[in-house]
Design a protein around this ligand. Structure first.
Ligand code: ADP
Ligand code: MG
Length: 350
């Protein structure tokens, strides 16, 4: 798009650094690096959820920052996020907040069992989460992981389905939605996204409306992802992400404008590109365990005319680490799903 990019990332092997003009390798809170970023850029965005909101605030005093620190601060803390939804009448599953031993026990009794305990900060891909079936099990976990407080305690919901809405909102309150995506998780990690979701138009509309309300209430500018549970026919918000989202990776290959391009457009104040989907798509995540026998046989994917492989350039393939994904395109969702299932068997992803 003609822009130069400067990346701030403390990881010396940051994948994004390979595509940037400069890599500032420093902590996200480093004053010198933040100053350098502010002086060398016209605008700043984040595609990592845990960039400290305080750093975004510092940058915002000098240059344009989108999304704003205050929206990111809410999204990066499960307590703020859940409370924000509840206070605005947005339907969420039963939950309690616990900051100490006593409120932990009270919260579990209030929410009921089985439950999922989630750390307020820095959880992702099911990390920082504990499923508990009994009170004694929960108290044992608290003994062992005393520093996990504060936490959100959620009722374990029976899930019919999980879906997500990814939208882009401009500074002028223009909203654009990609098709609602259907998400399947394994071990708390997104495994597969099916787009468009196999749901009724009424449910899709309800999900888009809810996501739009959230974006407006946050005065959010940029790409926002909202994850939903469909539980016993009810649509409940699970969480949001203030950035392009894994369940929107299919947009790279299947839509006129990808979520990543749109993020740049929103940041630069350009008009939004079309979010229209050109082909049904299924995205399959590739995790580190696939490297158990060395580099996986990518030629099997390249042999498929309607499959696109994306590797992120992460150095170390740890089990459970998202290393890349492939997207299967098809003339129908069923056809794409059928090819995706066949390739999953070939690669031993199950
Ligand atoms: P993360 O930040 O790791 O994505 P989530 O809260 O989205 O955290 O949880 C990851 C996955 O775990 C969800 O997508 C869902 O499959 C499952 N999960 C989380 N919370 C609940 C819940 N309250 N009831 C049932 N399943 C849940
Ligand atoms: Mg999630």
């Amino acid at each position: 798009m003609g822009y130069d990019v400067v990346v701030l990332d403390p990881d010396p092997e940051a994948p994004a650094a390979h595509f940037a003009s400069r890599h500032l390798c420093a902590p996200f809170t480093d004053a010198v690096a933040l100053n350098d970023l502010a002086r060398s850029c016209s605008a700043v965005t984040t595609e990592f959820e845990n960039a400290p909101a305080s750093s975004l605030d510092i940058l915002a005093s000098e240059i344009l920052v989108r999304p704003a620190a205050q929206a990111v601060a809410i999204a990066q803390n499960r307590i703020f996020e859940k409370t924000f939804f509840k206070e605005r009448g947005i339907a969420v599953g039963d939950f309690a907040v616990a900051r100490c031993h006593d409120s932990f026990e009270r919260g579990l009794l209030q929410v009921g069992l089985p439950a999922i305990i989630k750390t307020a900060r820095f959880g992702y891909d099911g990390k920082g989460q504990y499923r508990v079936d009994t009170l004694s099990q929960a108290m044992e976990i608290l003994e062992r992981e005393a520093d996990m407080l504060p936490v959100v305690i959620e009722a374990l919901l029976p899930l019919d389905l999980e879906i997500s809405v990814i939208l882009a909102r401009s500074a002028k309150d223009e909203l654009g939605f990609w098709p609602v995506a259907e998400n399947q998780h394994r071990h708390g990690i997104l495994d597969m996204t099916i787009a468009p979701a196999r749901i009724s138009e009424a449910l899709a509309q309800q999900a888009r409306d809810t996501a739009a309300t959230i974006a407006r209430q946050l005065d959010y500018v940029g790409v926002l992802a909202v994850e939903f549970f469909v539980s016993q026919g009810r649509l409940l918000v699970n969480e949001m992400a203030p950035r392009p989202h894994n369940s929107g990776h299919y947009t790279l290959d299947a839509c006129i404008t990808s979520q990543f391009e749109q993020q740049v457009r929103m940041l630069a104040g350009l008009p939004a590109g079309s979010t229209e989907q050109l082909r049904p798509a299924v995205m399959v995540n590739i995790l580190g365990e696939l490297w158990a026998q060395g580099t996986p046989p990518w030629s099997l994917l390249f042999a498929e005319p309607e499959v696109k492989l994306h590797l992120y350039g992460k150095q170390e393939p740890r089990p459970g680490r998202k290393m890349g994904h492939f997207t299967v395109l098809g003339s129908t969702v069923e056809q794409a799903l059928c090819t995706a299932e066949r390739l999953r068997r070939v690669f031993g992803i199950y």
